[in-house]
Design a protein around this ligand. Structure first.
Ligand code: ANZ
Ligand code: ZN
Length: 826
C-alpha cells in the first residue's frame, strides 16, 4: 500500500538535511554565474505574518529556480531590529528593548526555518548588533566630513501632556496616541543627510531602471518632484529688501494681486516685531502640523501685514500676506499669488476679499474674474500683459524669464519636493549618532577607532521627555576627541531607515570587521538581481538605499550607483476587505495553516492565488485547491512507484503511439511554459497552473492502465519533469518523492529540465476553405491557433483571394479543426 502524505515529518526531515548539509550557503569563489536574490528583511515584531510568507515564498521560488538554472545564488536574510516598537513593548510589558528584540528574532528565525526557506543562514545579520550599527556611525562620519551630514533646527511632534517627542506613527489624526492631546510642533536641533545634493541623479537614473515596475518609478519621480520655473524678486514698497518668490507660472505674473509669505519666513518675522496680531498668527501657524497646513480649510487662514511689495513687471504695489498654506521649505518660502490661475490662491482670495485678475485666456473663451467659481490653471494665451500679450503660455514662460534675467530681478530656477533626510530620533533603540558636543570645539565626530558608540543597556524607558539617553549621565559624559576636555555625547539616535539603506551590502561580507564590507567581495554579487518587497517601501526605503549607494560610490566602496537591477513589489494579503493586521483582528497565522495543510500547501496557496504584484484576498476555503493538488501529486507517484522508477530512460529509438506522443508533447510544453513564466515575468501563478495541467495529463495517461513499456518511459519522463518544475514552489514534497523514486542526489542540486522544441511542437491541422460553401482552398495551421488568426490567414490565401475580388465579405465562420467558410455577396 502506498505511504500516506505525512507532511510534517517530511518537512522536518528535509529542513534539517538542508541545514546540516549547508545546502544554501555560498562563496564568491564559485565559478558559476552569480545571482543575488533578495527579499526585504523583516522587522522582528514577534511572529511571522502572512505578508512575510508571501514575500519570502516568492523569493524562495526564484532562488531555488535560479540554483537549478545553474547560478550561484546568494539568498540571505536578516533582521531590521532597531526601532520604536521595542520601546513601546518595554513601556507596556517592562521588557528591555534588547531582550524583547532578541527573543523575537529567535522565535521568528525558527518560524522561517519551519517554512523551509532556502536562506544562507550563516550570513544572517541583525541591525541591533553593535558590529552592524558601528558602520552606520562610520558612514555618518564620512558624510559629515563631506558636508553631507549637518545639523539644523527642525520641528518635532510634541505632546504637551506626556511631555514627550512623538514619532509620526504615534500621531493619530493630529493627536497623541496615548493621551489624545492635540500634538504641537516644537523646534529642536536635529541631524540631516543631504540627499538633495543627489536629487538630479536620483531622478535621471530612474530612466535606467528598466527592471523596476513603472508604478514605483512614477512614485519616486513624484517624490523627488522636480519643478522648473523662475525666481522673481518683489521689492518691498517701503524700506530695504525684496521678497523672492518661486513660480512655475511666470506667464501669469501680470495677474499677481498679492504676495504670500510662509509664517516662518524671516521677513514675516521682521514684520511681526511691530504687529502683535501678526506675531500671534505666526506662532499659531508654526505649531500646526505640516500635513494639516496643506488641507483646504486650514489653507485659508492668514493675515495681511499692511505692507506692500512691487511687482517688477507692472510696477504695481500689491499687499503682502502671511499664510500657512505657503511652506517655508519649498521654493523660496514665498509666492506671488495669482488667484485667477491657481486654486489655492483663488480660495484664499475669495476668503479674504482679494482682487482676482485673469491674464490667461483659454482657447475659444474669455474669463470674467467676477464670475469665476474656480481658478483656470491651464496654459492658454497671455492677455492684458503688456508687451507679452498674445503669446502662448509656453513662449511667455521663456520670454518673461529672459526679461527678468536681463533686468536683473529674476532668473530661471529649479526646485525639488525632495527634502533633506532628517535622521534624528529622540529615541533609545536606535544607532547613537557618533558626535560629541564640546564647549570649546563645537560639534566633533567620535574618533573612528573608538567606534562603535554602544547603546548603554542600563536605561529606563519612561516615555517622557526628549530622549531616554538624555537622562543617562554615564553615557553622555565623555571627553572631546579634539581637545580631550570634558564634553557631552549627542543623544539623538538614527532613523531606522539608515539601517536598511545598505544592509544588503553587508550580506556579501557579514563578518568583516575592518570596514562595512570589502569592495572586492561586494562587487562579486552586485547589483541585486531581484529585490522583492512590499509596495509600501516603494518610496522611502528604495530612495534612501539608492542615495546611500551613490554616497558609497563616491566614497570608493562600490562601483555602480544603483543597487537593484530588478524590483518586484508584491501585493498585499487582505482579508475581509482590509490588509491583515493585528489591530484589525483579521490575521491568519501561518503556523496554523502549515500545521493543518503542510508548508508546501501554504506556499502554493500564496503563490497560486494571484500574480505576485496583485493583492491576495485571503479565503480559507481556497486552501483546499492547492491541498488537493499536493495530495494528487503525492498519490500519483506513490501509487505507481515501482512502475515509474523501474521504467528505463528514453533512448531516442522508441516508436511512440498517439497517447505517448501527446503526453510527451505536454511534458515539453509545460517545461517551456513554466521556465518562461518564472524567468521572464515572475508569473508564478500561471507556472503553477501549467504544472497542475501536466498532473491532470499524467492521471489520464494511466486510465486505462498502459501495458507498453514505452508508455511508462513517457510517464517517467513526465513525472520527473513535474517534480523538477514543482520543486521551487513545493520543495519538501518534491524532494521526498524524488528520493522515493530512487534518486540519491537531492532534487535541489539537479539541473532544471530543458524542453525539446521538436517534441513540444503542436501537430499541424489542415482546414478547408470555402467561399459561399464551395471548396476554394486549404489552410495548414498549428493546432493551437486562435480563430482570429485562422480567419485572417484564410482571407490572405492566394487561391481564395481570387474568389473574393469585387465581392463584399459578409462574415467568416470557423468550424474548429475542420473548415473556414467565407460568406460573400455581390
Ligand atoms: C504663481 C502661480 C500662478 C503658480 C499660477 C501656480 C499657478 P509645483 O508645480 O508643485 O512646483 N509655490 C511655490 N512655493 C511655494 C511654497 N513654498 N508653498 C506653497 N506653494 C508654493 O508648484 C509650484 C507653484 O506652487 C508655484 O507657482 C507657486 O505658485 C506655488 F497660475 O506661482 B505658482
Ligand atoms: Zn573640544
Amino acid at each position: 500500500m502506498s505511504r500516506p502524505y505525512e507532511f510534517e515529518a517530511i518537512e522536518r526531515k528535509w529542513q534539517s538535511r538542508w541545514l546540516d548539509s549547508r545546502a544554501f550557503e555560498v562563496t564568491e569563489s564559485d565559478p558559476r554565474p552569480k545571482y543575488y536574490c533578495l527579499e526585504m528583511l523583516p522587522y522582528p515584531s514577534g511572529k511571522i505574518h502572512m505578508g512575510h510568507v508571501r514575500n519570502y515564498s516568492i523569493g524562495d521560488a526564484v532562488a531555488r529556480f535560479k540554483r537549478m538554472r545553474g547560478f550561484n545564488v546568494l539568498h540571505p536574510i536578516g533582521w531590521d531590529a532597531l526601532g520604536l516598537p521595542a520601546e513601546n513593548a518595554a513601556l507596556k510589558h517592562g521588557a528591555h528593548p534588547e531582550d524583547w528584540t532578541r527573543s523575537n528574532i529567535a522565535h521568528m528565525k525558527s518560524q522561517l526555518q519551519r517554512l523551509g526557506f532556502s536562506y544562507a543562514w550563516e550570513r544572517e545579520i541583525a541591525t541591533c548588533d553593535p558590529e552592524y550599527y558601528r558602520w552606520n556611525q562610520w558612514f555618518f562620519i564620512q558624510m559629515w566630513k563631506k558636508g553631507l551630514a549637518y545639523r539644523k533646527k527642525a520641528a518635532v511632534n510634541w505632546c504637551p501632556v506626556d511631555m514627550t517627542v512623538l514619532a509620526n506613527e504615534q500621531v493619530i489624526d493630529g493627536k497623541c496616541w496615548r493621551c489624545e492631546t492635540e500634538v504641537i510642533q516644537k523646534d529642536l536641533e536635529q541631524w540631516f543627510l543631504r540627499i538633495t545634493s543627489y536629487a538630479d541623479e536620483l531622478l535621471y537614473e530612474l530612466d535606467k531602471l528598466s527592471g523596476w515596475p513603472g508604478a514605483v518609478l512614477t512614485l519616486q519621480r513624484n517624490w523627488i518632484g522636480r519643478s522648473e520655473g523662475a525666481e522673481v524678486g518683489f521689492r518691498l514698497a517701503e524700506g530695504e529688501g525684496s521678497i523672492r518668490v518661486f513660480t512655475t507660472r511666470i506667464d501669469t505674473i501680470y495677474g499677481a494681486t498679492f504676495v504670500v509669505l510662509a509664517p516662518e519666513h524671516p521677513i514675516a518675522a521682521r514684520f511681526a516685531e511691530t504687529s502683535p496680531d501678526l506675531r500671534a498668527y505666526v506662532e499659531e501657524a508654526k505649531a500646526e502640523e505640516r500635513q494639516k497646513r496643506l488641507t483646504a480649510e486650514a489653507g485659508k487662514t492668514g493675515v495681511a501685514t499692511g505692507r506692500f511689495a512691487v511687482n517688477p513687471f507692472t510696477s504695481e504695489q500689491v499687499p503682502i500676506w502671511v499664510a500657512s498654506y505657503v511652506l517655508m521649505d519649498y521654493g523660496t518660502g514665498a509666492v506671488m499669488a495669482v488667484p485667477a490661475h491657481d486654486e489655492r490662491d483663488f480660495a484664499f482670495a475669495r476668503a479674504h476679499g482679494l482682487k482676482v485678475r485673469a491674464v490667461i485666456q483659454p482657447p475659444n473663451a474669455s474669463l470674467e474674474p467676477e464670475e469665476l467659481d474656480g481658478a483656470y490653471p491651464d496654459y492658454g494665451t497671455v492677455v492684458d500683459s503688456g508687451p507679452f500679450t498674445g503669446l502662448p503660455s509656453k513662449e511667455a514662460l521663456r520670454a518673461m524669464t529672459e526679461h527678468a534675467q536681463e533686468k536683473g530681478f529674476g532668473k530661471g530656477a529649479i526646485t525639488y519636493k525632495l527634502r533633506d533626510w532628517g535622521i534624528s530620533r529622540q529615541r533609545y533603540w536606535g544607532t547613537p549618532i557618533p558626535m560629541v558636543h564640546c564647549d570649546k570645539c563645537g560639534v566633533v565626530p567620535v574618533r573612528e577607532e573608538d567606534l562603535p558608540v554602544v547603546l548603554p543597556r542600563d536605561v529606563t524607558i519612561t516615555g517622557k521627555g526628549e530622549s531616554v539617553l538624555r537622562e543617562n549621565e554615564a553615557f553622555i559624559q565623555t571627553t572631546c576627541p579634539a581637545c580631550s576636555g570634558a564634553a557631552r555625547r549627542e543623544t539623538d539616535t538614527m532613523d531606522t531607515f539608515v539601517d536598511s539603506s545598505w544592509y544588503f551590502y553587508r550580506y556579501t561580507d557579514p563578518r568583516c570587521s575592518e570596514m562595512p564590507f570589502r569592495p572586492e567581495v561586494a562587487k562579486e554579487w552586485f547589483p541585486i538581481d531581484i529585490y522583492i518587497g512590499g509596495v509600501e517601501h516603494a518610496i522611502l526605503h528604495l530612495i534612501y538605499s539608492r542615495f546611500w549607494t551613490k554616497v558609497m560610490r563616491d566614497l570608493g566602496l562600490v562601483e555602480a550607483g544603483e543597487p537593484v537591477r530588478n524590483q518586484l513589489s508584491q501585493g498585499m494579503v487582505i482579508k475581509d476587505g482590509s490588509a491583515m493586521s493585528k489591530s484589525k483582528g483579521n490575521t491568519v497565522e501561518p503556523e496554523e495553516v502549515a500545521g493543518k495543510y503542510g508548508v508546501d500547501t501554504l506556499r502554493l496557496y500564496v503563490l497560486f492565488e494571484a500574480p505576485p504584484e496583485k493583492e491576495i484576498d485571503w479565503t480559507d476555503a481556497r486552501l483546499e485547491g492547492p491541498s488537493r493538488f499536493v495530495q494528487r501529486v503525492w498519490r500519483f507517484v506513490q501509487n505507481d512507484l515501482d512502475a515509474i522508477s523501474s521504467a528505463s530512460p528514453i533512448e531516442g529509438q522508441e516508436e511512440w503511439n498517439e497517447a505517448e506522443t501527446a503526453l510527451r508533447r505536454k511534458t515539453h510544453q509545460t517545461i517551456l511554459k513554466v521556465t518562461r513564466d518564472i524567468e521572464d515575468r515572475f508569473h508564478l501563478n500561471t507556472a503553477i497552473a501549467a504544472i497542475m495541467e501536466l498532473t491532470n495529463e499524467l492521471y489520464k495517461s494511466i486510465e486505462p492502465r498502459p501495458a507498453r513499456s514505452e508508455s511508462w518511459k513517457a510517464i517517467r519522463e513526465a513525472t520527473e519533469a513535474l517534480l523538477l518544475l514543482l520543486s521551487p514552489f513545493a520543495p519538501h514534497l518534491t524532494e521526498e518523492l524524488w528520493e522515493s523514486l530512487g534518486h540519491d542526489k537531492p532534487l535541489g542540486s539537479r539541473s532544471w529540465p530543458a524542453h525539446d522544441p521538436a517534441i513540444a511542437a503542436e501537430d499541424r491541422l489542415t482546414l478547408v476553405i470555402q467561399v459561399n460553401g464551395k471548396l476554394r482552398g486549404r489552410l495548414s495551421i498549428g493546432a493551437d491557433e486562435d480563430d482570429e488568426t485562422i480567419k485572417r490567414r484564410a482571407l490572405e490565401d492566394e487561391s481564395v483571394k481570387r474568389f473574393l475580388k469585387g465581392k463584399e465579405i459578409v462574415r467568416v465562420v470557423v468550424v474548429p479543426k475542420r473548415l473556414v467558410n467565407v460568406v460573400v455577396s455581390g
